[in-house]
Structures are given as C-alpha cells and as structure tokens.
Design a protein around this ligand. Structure first.
Ligand code: GLY
Length: 372
C-alpha cells in the first residue's frame, strides 16, 4: 500500500501525518525539507530504542540528516518532572538551537514528554512525532497535546504544541505485544463510536483480521482514525467544544486508572474501551440511545478480546460512590459538574454536563456486581 497523507489544517501551524510502511527508512528524506540545518536530536526510551533506533538512524543518515539520540527509561513514570528535566538538559547538552528539530520516537509517554520538552526548550523548538504504538499513531501523536504527570494527576502540566510532521510507520506495530495493540485499538473503536457509524461497522467486519496483522487493514484503520482526529483538531484545536468528543469513555477511564494506581492492572486504552461501554450504558439508561446499542458495542469489544467490563480488571475496585468521587477529580470537571460524552447512536456523540447521579450510581453498581 502506498504512503497516505492526512493534512492537519491549522494555518501557520499546519502539518502532515504520513501513514504507511517503511517510513523509518525514508525518515531523512521526509524530514530534510523541514530542517534549517541537517541534524536532529532524537528523544526515545530504552525499549523502543532497542527495537527501532537503528532503523531510524539508518533512515536519517541515508537521507543526509545527522542525528544524536537519548533514551529515557521506559514506562509512564518517565513522564514527570524528572523525565522532563533529563530530556531538556540533554537537548541543551546536545546544543539544540531555536531553529533545530527534535524527534520523539516512541509511544504516548515519549510523544507527550518529548513534545513538551520541545515546547519549553528555548521558548519552543519544532518537533517531529514518530509514534511506535497504535495508541500513539491514532491519537496522542496528532493534535499537539503535550505534557507530563504530577502528583496531582495525569497531564495536568503541559502545552498545546503542534508537531511539524508525524510519521506513522505501520510496520512498527509488528513489534507491539498483543495486549498493547488491543489497548490502542480501544482508541480506534472510539472514533467509530463517537462520529462514524460506517467505520464502526467496518471495524466489526475487519477488526479480527487487522488484529492478526493484516497491514492494509491496519493502515486503513490508522488513516481513518487520524483523518477524524485531524478534522476535529482543525475545527477546535484547544478543546473549547468539539474536541471534547475525543474524550468518549475517558471520564470513566480516568477514574478506573486512578483506582488501579495507574498500574499495569489497567492500560489506558483498556480503560477507554471499558469507559466507552459504560458511556453507552448510561446513554441507554437515560433514554438517549436504543436499549440494544450498548450490547452491540460490547459485542465488538468482546469479539476482539478486549477489556470490556469491570470484571476484566483484576483485583479489588472501589464502590460506585468512591469511583464517582474519583471522576470528580478529573480535569474535565467544569464548575464542579461531571462531564461525560454520551451518544444518541453509534457514531453520534455529544457532550453532556448533567448526567443524573442516580443513573451513574446504578450503572456503576451493576457493572461492579457483574464482577462478583
Ligand atoms: N486525546 C484527546 C485529544 O487529543 O484531544
């Protein structure tokens, strides 16, 4: 399949997302036109570096681009103040100048951290995202949300800083553990659920083959997801309105992530998948969507072997009231009101600030009871 290009249209901050196979090998040629001088500084993490840094180095060098690289420790804990300090100090050691380019090679942690480091370095240098996970390819590398976690919560410190280019190389998904691939697929399904019923139907049809490794299907799923995200970001870059729809499933997800201590009991994409199922459940109980719609959503998630219900999370979970209190700490809370993305149908979502507490409690109680 050929390389596809999705344009993120943001005036002077517009950029392309390239999606295809073998993009690492062409990295130098693809980045060179953007560079003020033929060198880049690559931020990555140790696990990804072992798998892909050699190929990126060759791709850059063959295209006449010199590079230096620094690998941080893998894992979510890198995305904090210490990781930021390490990244920024290294970029300064590497003498990255105001007109230079930083490259973030990795999943969501490195993309968010590397992008934020670039945004504060010398008051802002440009950067290229080379996402290596499915979640990063379809979500976090596109749209310019960068940042770190603090003891107060996830992503509470950050900046909108758009990349200059995104290279989504489908071949890199081959090395993902199955659990990580499926967690990323949670974000893919989210796009169908929030705004494209035909895409959801396509996923019902093609999801299993895509998960088994079909590259053409993977490329289509990444491209369609990125197209949807690019459209939403172009219309609402800083989340004043429509961009909030990308948070479908996330209010539940963030509470569950907090309840499980941000540990590998629950990966972010797994929380999104369970959160989407719960959001449809709440929508049906409020009479917003047909009673059978939540079952259709859950049937697809189940067929894919994804986390779907609270019983898919190992260990103890807090009671419904405590989960609701965790939701109230979410950064999407506005004027003390919980904010949910609900749906009138598959592919038709909207922001809702007044979910009755009683419905929320009943849905969570029933979901928790299903674990017993
Ligand atoms: N991941 C949600 C957003 O980029 O807005």
């Amino acid at each position: 399949m050929t390389v596809e290009r999705v344009h993120v249209s943001l005036g002077a901050r517009s950029y392309d997302v390239l999606i295809g196979q073998g993009l690492l090998a062409q990295a130098g040629a693809l980045m060179a036109p953007l560079l003020a001088r033929s060198r880049v500084a690559v931020l990555t993490e140790a696990r990804v570096a072992a798998l892909h840094l050699e190929a990126l180095t060759a791709g850059l060098t063959n295209g006449g681009v010199a590079m230096q690289a620094h690998a941080l420790a893998p894992g979510e804990s890198t995305k904090g103040w210490d990781g930021l300090r390490e990244a920024v100090e290294w970029l300064l050691d590497a003498q990255v100048e105001r007109r230079d380019m930083v490259v973030a090679l990795g999943g969501g942690v490195i993309g968010d951290l590397g992008g934020f480091a670039a945004s504060v370095l010398r008051r802002g240098v440009r950067f290229v995202q080379v996402p290596t996970s499915l979640l990063a390819q379809v979500d976090s590398s596109v749209g310019g949300k960068t940042g770190i976690n603090t003891r107060h919560g996830k992503n509470l410190v950050g900046a909108f800083h758009q990349p200059s280019l995104v290279l989504a190389d489908i071949d890199l998904l081959d090395t993902l553990p199955a659990r990580d691939f499926l967690a990323g697929y949670g974000e893919v399904v989210k796009y169908g659920l929030l705004g494209d019923a035909a895409f959801f139907a396509w996923l019902e049809q093609n999801g299993p083959a895509l998960a088994r490794g079909d590259k053409d299907l993977r490329q289509y799923a990444v491209r369609r997801s990125v197209e949807m995200k690019a459209g939403i970001v172009a219309r609402d870059e800083t989340e004043q309105g429509e961009r909030a729809l990308l948070n479908l499933g996330h209010t539940f997800c963030h509470a569950l992530e907090a309840a499980t201590g941000y540990s590998d009991r629950l990966l972010h994409g797994e929380g999104v998948s369970i959160g989407c199922a719960l959001a449809f459940e709440v929508s049906a109980r409020m009479g917003l969507c047909a009673q059978e719609t939540p079952s259709r959503v859950r049937a697809h998630l189940r067929a894919m072997g994804m986390a779907t219900d609270l019983r898919d999370i190992s260990g103890d979970l807090p009671q419904a009231e405590a989960l609701i209190r965790l939701m109230a700490q979410d950064k999407k809370v506005q004027d003390g009101r919980l904010r949910f993305i609900l749906a009138r149908d598959i592919g038709s979502s909207f922001v809702c600030d007044d979910v009755p507490g009683e419905i929320l409690r009943v849905v969570l109680q029933q979901a928790l009871a299903g674990r017993e």
